[in-house]
Design a protein around this ligand. Structure first.
Ligand SMILES: Cc1cc2nc3c(=O)[nH]c(=O)nc-3n(C[C@H](O)[C@H](O)[C@H](O)COP(=O)(O)O)c2cc1C
Length: 356
């Protein structure tokens, strides 16, 4: 029976288990360039036994950063520092993945420890773009400029160039960030996207930007490597994007060569409140997986090994992603294997053998 520690093969890539470290912004880059912090942060989690390490939301263009400290991959200078990290991650037996992102109207914000509000341009911020000139709200009150067709084509080219650089940097798993109220998701949302051209209005029009971007990225990302999309599968508000739409979109993305949907939710509407029970995305993941016939990863308040294992055994997701619990315990996968009495136990790094 398939379980948390059964390997998973997608295309030419095999994960040693179904545990992934979810992408987590560190807001610690300078001009997008990764440094020792990222090496240690991701490296220790690869040594901790995860099968997949997805690097944080990495901006495809400078204006697509959430904060001035975000990771970037819009220039060739970003590649080697990322490649260094990926060599280490691979040497620990994990697969290095990257999440390509553009923050849209949520860009130009202060780092969380500086309050997360939008930064004025004179305070280090910048002009933002989005499908429509509607501010997110709350502390993110900058009104974005509605994207022209030229902007749309340019950002799509940025995603393609970023995918090519990701390959050069040694990533073997690529995720498009179409969740949490950032640019790709803003186009999907009937609340954020009020365009009257081919990119707004009907379901077909709202999904066009993501579908076109996916197709363009798939054309340069090797067929043999997994391409995945993180979706906010519901916005948790009346009149917002729904799980039903997510299922239909997942079917279409599968046809375009997407191998897995990373199931998340929310983040697109300032006032929306998501449930906060353990594994609250699991029923959404199960629906996407069953009704769209595509592999899924699931994330969200999954902290207990037995819970993660049961999700995989019940066919509710193919991969379980851990975020905050991985911050609390980078060795979560090794500990989970013990707790679940996996036989044979996955080996800890030889350097740690006396401790495990
Ligand atoms: C510090 C931090 C940074 C995050 N950055 C990202 C990100 O870059 N991209 C993303 O899709 N989600 C991001 N998230 C969300 C997580 O990937 C995850 O979906 C969320 O924390 C729920 O999972 P958890 O309950 O295991 O923490 C971040 C979460 C945290 C705590």
């Amino acid at each position: 029976m398939v379980h948390l520690f059964a390997p998973l093969t997608i295309k030419s890539i095999t994960l040693r288990n179904r545990i992934g470290v979810s992408p987590m912004c560190m807001y610690s880059s300078e001009d997008g360039v990764a440094n020792d912090w990222h090496l240690v942060h991701l490296g220790v989690r690869a040594a901790g036994g995860a099968g997949l390490i997805i690097a944080e939301a990495t901006a495809v263009a400078p204006e697509g950063r959430i904060t001035p400290g975000d990771a970037g991959i819009w220039a060739d200078k970003h590649v080697e520092p990322l490649a260094r990290i990926n060599r280490f991650v691979k040497a620990q037996g994990a697969v290095p993945g990257i999440q390509l992102a553009h923050a849209g109207r949520k860009a130009s914000a202060a780092r969380p420890w500086d309050g997360s509000a939008h930064l004025a341009n004179i305070a280090g911020g910048w002009d933002t773009i989005a499908p429509s000139a509607i501010a997110f709200g709350g502390g993110l009150d900058k009104v974005p400029r509605a994207m022209t067709r030229e902007d749309i084509a340019r950002v799509q080219r940025d995603f393609v160039a970023a995918a090519q650089r990701s390959l050069t940097a040694g990533y073997a798993w690529l995720e498009l960030h179409a969740a949490h109220g950032y640019l790709l998701q803003e186009f999907l949302s009937p609340l954020a996207n009020q365009r009257t051209d081919d990119y707004g209005g009907s379901f077909e029009n709202r999904t066009r930007f993501l579908r076109e971007t996916t197709e363009a990225v798939r054309a340069v990302w090797p067929e043999s490597l997994p391409l995945t999309v993180r979706l906010s599968t519901t916005e948790w508000v009346e009149g917002g994007w729904t799980i039903e739409e997510s299922v239909v979109l997942a079917r279409q993305l599968k046809v375009l060569g997407v191998d897995l949907i990373d199931v998340s939710s929310g983040g697109g509407v300032h006032a929306a409140r998501a449930p906060s029970t353990p594994g609250f995305h699991v029923p959404l993941s199960e629906r996407v997986r069953r009704e769209a016939g595509i592999a899924t990863a699931v994330v969200g308040l999954i902290t207990k090994p037995a819970h993660a294992d049961q999700i995989v055994r019940d066919g509710q997701a193919d991969v379980v992603l851990i975020a905050r619990e991985s911050l609390r315990d980078p060795n979560w996968p090794l500990r989970a294997a013990r707790e679940l009495k996996v036989d044979p136990l996955p080996a800890a790094p030889v350097q740690y053998a006396r401790g495990w």
